[in-house]
Design a protein around this ligand. Structure first.
Ligand SMILES: [Zn+2]
Length: 194
């Protein structure tokens, strides 16, 4: 991070919490995990409030990004100022990541994974992947396919946005202990704290 981006980070505040710092950040792909992310954010807030007995700030781009700011700057600022980064990972999202990187296009989900791994390495944040099922184009829900944990699934090329090797990043990412959640369309709205 350069000095100017560090300064921008200190000054940046989200519109919902009026703060540059969040207890948790939810990383997801709008095209496939928007409804899960929207259901998960209040759940983490509730559990966090119960456990810490204070307001628990969860960064969700749809609630926290400021209207006028550049979207990429906004989510990277939010991510850099969060203590826990939760990743919602589905087969659909990973297929997009693979397709875009193979076409030499930038992928923001991958950018968030790279940034989170860096923060974790610097002990500035903890990261927590959650793998979830997907609904395919014909509307059929399937559970997460475990073959996506294999590094061979990802292109052995560099991500243009960062210059980092895609396969190494994903291999490092899936070595982190995460969780698996089933969230089929029929169960929407029933995600609740145990
Ligand atoms: Zn916020």
């Amino acid at each position: 991070m350069t000095e100017s981006t560090r300064a921008a980070q200190i000054l940046w505040q989200c519109r919902r919490h009026q703060s540059g710092h969040h207890d948790a950040f939810i990383s997801y792909r709008v095209g496939s995990e928007a409804s899960f992310a929207a259901a998960l954010a209040p759940l983490i807030e509730t559990v966090g409030l119960r456990r810490s007995n204070r307001l628990f700030r969860v960064f969700l781009d749809s609630k926290c990004l400021n209207d006028a700011e550049d979207w990429k700057d906004g989510f990277l600022n939010g991510l850099q100022g969060s203590k826990l980064i939760v990743y919602l990972i589905s087969e659909a999202s990973l297929n997009t990541l693979i397709g875009k990187t193979m076409d030499s296009r930038d992928d923001n989900v991958l950018l968030e994974i790279e940034a989170g791994l860096q923060l974790a390495e610097e002990k500035k944040a903890r990261i927590f992947p959650i793998v979830i099922g997907s609904t395919n184009s014909t509307g059929v829900y399937t559970t997460f396919d475990g073959s996506y944990f294999s590094p061979d699934k990802y292109p052995n090329i560099n991500h243009g946005a960062s210059g980092k090797n895609v396969r190494s990043t994903m291999s490092q990412f899936f070595r982190i202990q995460g969780s698996r959640v089933e969230y089929s369309p029929s169960s929407q709205g029933t995600l609740c704290a145990a």
